[in-house]
Write a protein that binds this ligand. Structure first.
Ligand SMILES: [Zn+2]
Length: 481
């Protein structure tokens, strides 16, 4: 009977503690407090410590903190809004954005046991909370800051212990602002606003790579993703790459302002440097570069390909209006969501959508999303309209030479998918395919001003086959089988 009772207890535990059944060796359940009040109502939550980033279920952000949370399944994108501020995070990607500015997380959001886990420190601090983690008790403490008393002492600008003094933004000072760093796949990535050009050099005994950013400092975003002591020094611990022992960073000089990163190596390494983006930049120091002192960019570092899919128009901008009044924006979105769903099943492809619902984005925002993320390719879906109701058929547009090969591949599949007349691969000076920096095409699937085309474009079966064609074309172009 004893044994039976034990089994019963086990069974009860499995039933009473949801989540434990799936992951028998899961980390201990944790508790989360806001200003001393337990948010988790006595129930543990799944909290993971990933590379010293505390990850909590997204559900908790909505239910317990009351922030507005949107989860977009096709693009694996999390949008969190509070106090007029918007954070966007993408599962498995360290590049995130705060109010449209690219930042780099130390640890990407992840999916585990069907739960999306997000970095609580980063999110909490964006909304003004102080976040503390007790690793022994497994307790997350969220603390709302006291509104500071107005300081009547006008000399009180220094000595207020622990406050990081960050110079004003680049508009005021012309300084570039370092927003975040990460180290993944043997690549050191710096996210920065401004025009500072990195000066990178190799130093021996001990081996290290020094990256100086002249006329730059840390933005206040930086301190939310990384530890930054009051003297503006810190260190990123690296445990999973044997060649690198750590990355130190500091405001090396404040006259003139210079941010310095030192990649401490266990063995001499070559590197390549790549800078992308306009005002929002990503600087990549790639340690996967081959020997022989090669400092040029190496192609395809065993990484996944990043595809940005763009559904044209949205919200107040309906795009073309069909002969029976149907909106182009709805067709574009339906096709993009279906294509994303298909590409999401590919292990070697990450998909990001410029929009996944009926929202409005400026053209330059669409291009910036792809450029900031350093996407490998960009596909925009549209439907056409003509003054002549007879105009019918399928077109694929490119604007730059670098996009021609992609346009040819995509068009082949698009024409097959629609069965409409083949109006060819064409040059078109459209903003999103001109201002993006990767191969980019704009698909005009058919003509909404044509009665037959319009009817066809709003059938489920045509949308499915166009989405499948887009996925096939992208896979063929990227060489992903
Ligand atoms: Zn359009």
């Amino acid at each position: 009977m004893k044994k039976f009772a034990f089994m019963l207890l086990l069974l009860l535990l499995v039933v009473v503690l949801p989540g434990h059944g799936q992951a028998a060796s899961a980390q201990p359940q944790s508790k989360i407090f806001l200003d001393g009040q337990e948010l988790t109502a006595g129930q543990g939550v799944q909290v993971e410590n990933v590379n010293n980033s505390i990850m909590v279920p997204l559900r908790m952000i909505a239910e317990n903190l009351g922030y507005k949370v949107d989860w977009d399944q096709p693009s694996k994108t999390v949008k969190i809004e509070q106090q007029g501020k918007t954070i966007q995070l993408i599962v498995d990607q360290t590049a995130a954005s705060v109010d449209g500015k690219t930042v780099i997380l130390t640890t990407a959001p992840l999916l585990k046991n069907n739960t999306t886990l997000v970095p609580i420190r980063f999110i909490g601090e964006q909304f003004g909370l102080t976040v503390k983690w007790d690793n022994v008790k497994k307790v997350v403490d969220l603390i709302t800051p006291q509104i500071p008393e107005p300081n009547t002492d006008d000399s009180g600008s220094s000595g207020n212990g622990g406050t990081v003094v960050v110079p004003p933004g680049e508009d005021a000072s012309g300084l570039s602002m370092v927003n975040g760093i990460s180290f993944n796949d043997n690549r050191f990535i710096i996210a920065m606003e401004g025009n500072s050009q990195p000066v990178v050099s190799k130093v021996g005994s001990p081996d290290r790579i020094v990256v100086d950013l002249p006329n730059a400092t840390f933005s206040d975003l930086f301190g939310t993703g990384q530890q930054l002591d009051p003297d503006l020094n810190g260190k990123l611990a690296i445990t999973d790459y044997p060649d690198v022992s750590g990355i130190r960073y500091s405001l090396y000089s404040s006259d003139p302002y210079t941010v310095r990163f030192v990649i401490d190596l266990n063995t001499p390494k070559n590197y390549s440097v790549e800078v992308s983006g306009d005002s929002s930049k990503l600087i990549v120091i790639d340690l996967n570069a081959q020997a022989s002192g090669d400092t040029t960019t190496q192609p395809g570092n065993n990484g996944r390909k990043l595809v940005v899919l763009d559904a044209g128009h949205g919200a107040k901008d309906s795009g073309a209006v069909g002969v029976t009044g149907k909106y182009e924006k709805n067709f574009n979105l339906a096709v993009i969501l279906k294509a994303a769903e298909l590409l999401k099943q590919e292990n070697k492809i990450d998909v990001v959508l410029t929009r996944s619902d009926d929202t409005f984005l400026e053209l330059k925002e669409r291009a910036a999303i792809a450029n900031n993320l350093k996407a490998d390719l960009f596909v925009s879906v549209h439907a056409n309209s003509s003054g002549s109701s007879a105009a019918s058929g399928t077109e694929t547009y490119y604007q730059r030479e670098a996009s021609k090969a992609l346009a040819n591949v995509m068009h082949k599949y698009l024409v097959q998918a629609t069965g409409l007349s083949n109006r060819g691969v064409r040059y078109g000076n459209f903003h999103v395919i001109r201002e993006t920096k990767m191969p980019a095409v704009l698909l005009e699937v058919g003509y909404l001003s044509n009665k037959n085309d319009e009817a066809l474009l709003f059938t489920e079966s045509l949308q499915n086959s166009v989405a499948a064609g887009i996925a096939k074309g992208i896979k063929e172009y990227l060489g992903v089988q």
